[in-house]
Structures are given as C-alpha cells and as structure tokens.
Design a protein around this ligand. Structure first.
Ligand code: DGL
Length: 262
C-alpha cells in the first residue's frame, strides 16, 4: 500500500500546477493524474454535476489503487469534498482559495479573490471567508472564460489579457494589496498577472500548502512510500494529450501521458 500512487484529478490541466509542487516535496511518490478536460470547465456547472464528475474521477482513481486522493481543483473541492470524505475510505486533500494567509498579511485590509463561479458560490467558500477574513473586505470576481482559454494553451493571448484587465480593475480600484488565485489553472497566468498588476500587489496561490498537507497526511496515516521506491507518474487525459504535454514542459521526461476514455 505504501508504494501505491497518489491520485490527483482536475477538470483539466490546472492540477498539474499542484502535481509539480507535490513532486518537488515528495520526489519518490508515484502519481496518477486525471485531466477531465472533456468536461472542462467545471466552474459554471451545478453542484450536482460537479459532484457527479468528482465521484466518477474518484472511483477511477480508487480502481487504480490510489492510496490518497488530491482534489486538485478548487471547484471540485468546495462542492464535493465533504461528500467524498464521508463516502470513501481513503484520505482526501482538497484545495481552497488561500484567504486566510492573505487576510493576515494584508495592510490595506482589502483582498481580491479570482475563482470560478462554482467556487465563489459554494457553502465552503462562504464559511472560509466568514471564518478567516473578519475585518477584511473580500473583492471577488468570477474568472469566467479563463479556463477554456488556458486549456487551449492561449496563456499569453490578447483574449486572456483583456479578460484579466476587466476582472482586476474593480479590485485595484478598491485598493487590494493581495490577490488570491482560487483556481488551479490560474498559476499558469502568473507572468501575465505580474505584467498587469502594480508591484505592491502580491499574488497568493495554494499549491505549496497542498503539497505540505499531502505530506503531513501521508505521514500521519503511515502511507509514505519506502525510501528506495522509484516514482512512476502516469497522466491520463480524456481529450487530446498534447496540451497536457505542453503544460508539463520539462517534467515530460519523467512522466507517461496517455489518452483514456473516462
Ligand atoms: N482548476 C479548477 C479549479 O481549481 C477548475 C476550473 C474549471 O474547470 O472551471 O477550480
């Protein structure tokens, strides 16, 4: 069991930003990654649909003998992780917008959150903002349209820049000094965001925190792989695999990428 893979899923390539962090922190651990690009974006779907897709991905990862599952998608975490934890035996790690660290560090007491509609309208997001951001103004924006463009690899496109300009303007007008990235696709926009934001606005994403949490939960459950274990990384996409290859970049050499109908 200890040498079984960590299962990771997302609506597409976004969760590879999380896999990269996990791989840096836990280089000997094997992983199986499901990119459910056929059903991307999850962000505008109903809670029931997001739950149904999350169950489908979870059951496939369990069939593949995963010892722990990372829901590498804010939208799936905020809409489905409570159900998944109640109904399956393996440990689950989720990802949510990092409001708490941003709220603690903000001097202007104004924090921007860019996330999907599904995340921003979830009960879990509402609870987190209430619990961790009292006295802080949260300026939320739905990043509608960004995920499909990222899935097409159009990271530096004019379309992306125009959308970001439109989403960031009201936040900057309000005086934010922290921007929380509440979607695992968005770290890939970091170069464009840095170009568009004034230098005093800091960007926070949750990738490293998720990797730390994954390590802690594996330790706690005595599930860390043996030290001599050689990691195998298998990625599956249910559309074309080229986009996954391009986002994995150099890491391609250490991974197997295949098409799978799921
Ligand atoms: N990467 C996802 C997230 O973190 C999903 C975005 C989407 O499919 O809309 O929310």
């Amino acid at each position: 069991m200890k040498n079984n893979p960590i299962g990771i899923f997302d609506s597409g390539i976004g969760g590879t930003s999380i896999w990269k962090e996990i791989n840096v922190m836990l280089p000997n651990e094997s992983a199986i990654y499901l990119a459910d690009s056929k059903n991307a974006p999850y962000g505008g779907k109903s809670t029931d649909k997001i739950l149904e897709l999350s169950i489908k991905n979870t059951e496939l990862l369990l069939k593949m003998d995963c010892k722990l599952i990372v829901v590498a998608c804010n939208t799936a975490t905020t809409n489905a992780i409570t159900y998944l934890r109640k109904n399956y035996k393996v440990p689950f790690i989720g990802i949510e917008p990092a409001i708490k660290p941003a709220a603690l560090k903000s001097n202007s007491k104004k924090v921007g959150v860019l996330a999907t509609k599904g995340t921003l309208s979830s009960d879990l997001f509402y609870e987190t903002s209430n619990n961790h951001a009292s006295g802080i103004a949260i300026i939320e924006r739905e990043g509608t349209g960004l995920v499909p463009l990222i899935e097409e690899g159009k990271i530096n496109s004019k379309e992306i820049k125009d959308l970001l300009d439109q989403f960031l303007k009201p936040m900057l007008d309000e005086g934010i000094d922290y921007l929380v990235l509440g979607c695992t696709h968005y770290p890939y926009l970091m170069p464009v965001l840095k170009e568009l934001l004034p230098p005093h606005v800091k960007i926070i994403d949750s990738g490293e925190a998720v990797a730390r949490q994954t390590k802690a939960v594996l330790e706690k459950n005595r599930l860390l792989c043996l030290s001599e274990h050689k990691a195998v990384h298998q990625f599956y996409s249910n559309t074309n695999t080229q986009i996954l290859e391009s986002f994995l970049g150099d890491a391609n050499k250490r991974t197997k990428i295949s098409y799978l109908d799921f």
